[in-house]
Design a protein around this ligand. Structure first.
Ligand SMILES: Cc1ncc(COP(=O)(O)O)c(C=O)c1O
Length: 327
């Protein structure tokens, strides 16, 4: 075993005794090496970092590779035609393709829209989802505040919303209640069901089987993967959620700054315009222009184009959330 942490001699003796009685613990030496090589700043600053909701820390190697990339290339703003801009556009396209590959998106079925964070991705859904009178927003009680915020967009446009309770002591969803609440979908209306793959409130990982159950009952499904994705792999080809907000900075270990919205299916893609803003009229360029012919949602009916969406979606009112769930 490689002993990388300098222990005082009494600790060394205790460590040797411990290893003698628990020999498999030697296998964790790789973690000591990782800590010493990639996260030395923890010991240098005398810190212990514990994160309950899945946000990690950046490794030294990430910083080196990022610095290397910026030091050896000339990048410009990606929205132009000059070589530096084109180089950046190419890099963004590569990153987008890799994101879809990482989450095993069926080819051509999903688009990835980069945002500042998961809350930005959720706000896009709130602004763009074609809620109107007669439509329904169903959400579990243990959602993040930003998922609760979509409720305000629904309410402003005359849609109903309903909270699906979680049941103590484990704060999970009762399957009988789930069945009952999924029955609230209004046939032919826009019904959106939102739940966290892992709740930041309770840590519970809800069964992803709920996606297919909800689809079968007429719901579009938003799976909030912000807390789930840093330590679990979400397989889009298997689960086929309609909307997936993500926090890349939690996966990469940065303090903030980058997220993503994954959107499935032609009927959802054309809800969003260029840059992920809502279209002011169906059929404008937007994502369709940028990504060419967009696919139909696999295995589901293609809805008619959504009516023109207003851009009046104000930011959800802070404080108007179930008690105790604010971030
Ligand atoms: C489950 C969940 N959803 C959404 C968010 C919001 O993420 P962001 O800070 O990237 O906006 C968080 C943040 O902790 C979260 O844990």
């Amino acid at each position: 075993m490689t002993q990388t942490t300098p222990y005082p001699s009494s600790s060394n003796a205790a460590s040797a005794r411990f290893l003698h009685t628990h020999p498999t613990y030697a296998g964790t030496a790789v973690l000591d090496d990782l800590r010493a090589g990639e996260y030395a700043r923890l010991d240098a600053t005398g810190q212990v970092y514990l994160d309950y909701t899945g946000g990690g820390l950046y490794a030294e190697r990430q910083l080196r590779e990022h610095l290397d990339l910026l030091s050896h290339n000339v990048y410009g703003n990606p929205h132009s035609h000059n070589p530096t801009s084109q180089a950046m556009t190419c890099l963004v396209d590569q990153a987008r393709a890799y994101v879809l590959e990482f989450f095993n998106a069926p080819p051509g079925e999903y688009v990835a829209i980069f945002t500042q964070n998961a809350s930005g991705a959720l706000k896009l859904v709130g602004e763009a989802y074609p809620f109107g009178p007669g439509d329904h927003y169903l959400l579990t009680f243990d959602n993040h505040n930003s998922v609760n915020g979509i409720r305000e967009f629904a309410r402003q446009r005359g849609a109903q919303f309903t909270y699906l309770p979680v049941v103590g002591p484990e704060l999970r969803i009762d399957p009988v209640s789930l069945d009952e609440y999924l029955g609230l979908a209004v046939p032919g209306a826009h019904n959106l069901f939102a739940f966290p793959a892992q709740s930041n409130f309770s840590g519970v990982q809800h069964p992803l089987e709920m996606i297919a159950l909800a689809h079968a009952r007429g719901w579009d499904v938003l799976v909030d993967a912000a807390a789930f994705a840093p330590t679990n792999r979400l397989d889009l080809a298997r689960w086929l959620p309609d909307f997936v907000p993500l926090s890349f900075y939690k996966m990469f270990g940065y303090p903030t700054g980058m997220g993503c919205l994954l959107v499935c299916g032609r009927d959802n893609h054309h809800l969003l315009g260029a840059g992920g803003r809502p279209l002011s009229g169906a059929g404008r360029g937007g994502l369709r222009g940028r990504y060419g012919q967009l696919p139909q949602h696999p295995g589901r009916g293609n809805r008619p184009a959504p009516p023109g969406l207003d851009r009046a979606g104000h930011h959800p009112r802070a404080g108007d959330v179930p008690d105790g769930l604010a971030d």
